[in-house]
Write a protein that binds this ligand. Structure first.
Ligand code: NAD
Ligand code: MG
Length: 394
């Protein structure tokens, strides 16, 4: 693919988040090489306005409609056009751009991510939940629009860089590494009393609250197994997980001849994002460099699926097919929010997901409407599961 003419037109969906901020670092570092088309956020209206002002973005959209007046006021003296509500976020995603970062957290990113893919350029995908819920649909839409979907998630990005897509039959297995999160060595009894503050304190990465809790339950790796099975068509049984507490090796591909190619980097999301931003070229990124001599040791162990049952649930959801991954994801989002709100305990998160998967019937999800309906239904059922538990314990 020829290099894109400069300045490259870029949009950032979820600009105020952890991935959004790392992306902005690269864009600002690149100066005149980029022109920012659209930036979006949910509620952090002043931060969004500051980002729009700093980048000279053509359009700023805030998902929370009640904040339109504030956004308009904050950007009154600029040329940035403003919008509010989910429709405005989708409009931002549809704007002509050469590269879009899809970094909204959760299933809320489904419609905007799909809109970006339909717009047809390069979409860097951080919003793994969109792929978990509607992977086949996203990939088919990308094929139709000619959009190049590049994984920004560090493990998938590493695998992408060493995955020989022309010789899939020579691939024995792909491996996602997992840090193991803050409770890697904790007993279930210890986890039972874990607080939100403890759960979001990740040993290696600084991330949004939802993905930090997902890392602690290992639901993040569960979602990533599903994500990988869409991005790399080798079959779920060939997607392995290995715990690697140092988070230096991010992904590996084992070939039939015994060769193993691995992607390594310091744990800094600006590296995989820079890879997607420059692809198929490379840019100099201000991210942390890997110094193996200082690191000294890299360690690996198999995940303990009894202490971390989320991994097994992901495989059940993939094998069940249809809406099962949508249900897994929706129930997890509801349960994580309830945990952060101190309504349920840490171990309840995955157990609510399991109960919801058991009680919701799997349906076919052929289009975005049926995915969104299945997501809504699963959320209602997960809330019922949580309510029943609290009635039982009160
Ligand atoms: P975050 O919570 O820091 O940021 C989320 C962004 O999404 C914010 O800009 C927020 O305003 C926006 N948003 C939230 N709800 C929205 C809604 N309803 N409508 C519109 N916008 C909404 O999250 P994050 O850690 O940056 O993660 C973003 C995505 O990237 C997630 O899917 C996560 O799994 C994935 N990811 C993150 C990391 C990381 O290091 N943070 C690594 C790999 C993948
Ligand atoms: Mg990851």
């Amino acid at each position: 693919m020829p290099s894109c003419p400069e300045p490259r037109r870029v949009s950032i969906l979820g600009a105020t988040g952890s991935i959004g901020t790392s992306t902005l670092d690269l864009i600002i570092d690149g100066g005149d090489r980029y022109r920012v088309e659209a930036v979006t956020a949910r509620t952090k209206v002043r931060e969004l306005a500051a980002i729009a002002r700093a980048t000279g973005a053509a359009y700023a959209a805030i998902a929370d409609e009640s904040l339109l007046g504030v956004l308009r006021h904050e950007l009154a003296d600029t040329a940035t056009r403003v919008g509010a509500g989910p429709g405005a976020v989708e409009e931002a995603a549809r704007m002509d751009a050469d590269w879009v970062m899809a970094a909204i957290v959760g299933a809320a990113g489904l419609a905007p991510t799909l809109a970006a893919i339909r717009q047809g350029s390069v979409v860097a995908l951080a919003n793994k939940e969109a792929l978990v819920c509607a992977g086949e649909l996203m990939i088919e839409e990308a094929r139709q629009s000619g959009c190049v979907l590049l994984p920004a998630d560090s493990e998938h990005n590493a695998i992408f860089q060493v995955f020989d897509a022309g010789r899939i039959d020579a691939i024995e297995k792909i491996w996602l590494t997992a840090s193991g999160g803050p409770f890697r060595t904790a007993t279930r009894d210890r986890m039972a009393t874990a607080t939100p503050e403890e759960a979001v304190r990740h040993p290696n990465w600084s991330m949004g609250r939802k993905i930090s809790v997902d890392s602690a339950t290992m639901m993040n790796k569960a979602l990533e197994i599903i994500e990988a099975s869409h991005l790399f068509p080798v079959g779920e049984e060939r997607v392995g997980v290995i715990v690697h507490p140092e988070s230096i090796v991010h992904g590996l591909v084992t070939y039939h001849d015994g060769s193993v190619l691995a992607g390594l980097a310091a744990p800094d999301m600006r590296t995989p994002i820079a890879h997607t931003l420059a692809w198929p070229d490379r840019i100099e990124a201000p991210s942390r460099r890997l110094d193996l001599a200082t690191t000294g040791q890299l360690t690996f162990e198999m995940p303990d699926e009894e202490r971390f049952p989320a991994l097994g649930l992901a495989r059940i959801a993939i094998r069940s097919g249809g809406s099962a991954p949508v249900v897994l994801n929706a129930a997890n989002e509801v349960a994580v929010a309830a945990f952060l709100d101190r309504q349920i305990g840490f171990l309840d998160i995955v157990s609510v997901v399991e109960d919801t998967l058991t009680c919701v019937e799997t349906v076919a999800t052929d289009d975005i409407e049926t995915v969104i309906m299945a997501d809504g239904e699963a959320r209602r059922r997960a809330e019922e599961v949580i309510l029943k538990r609290s009635e039982r314990t009160s």
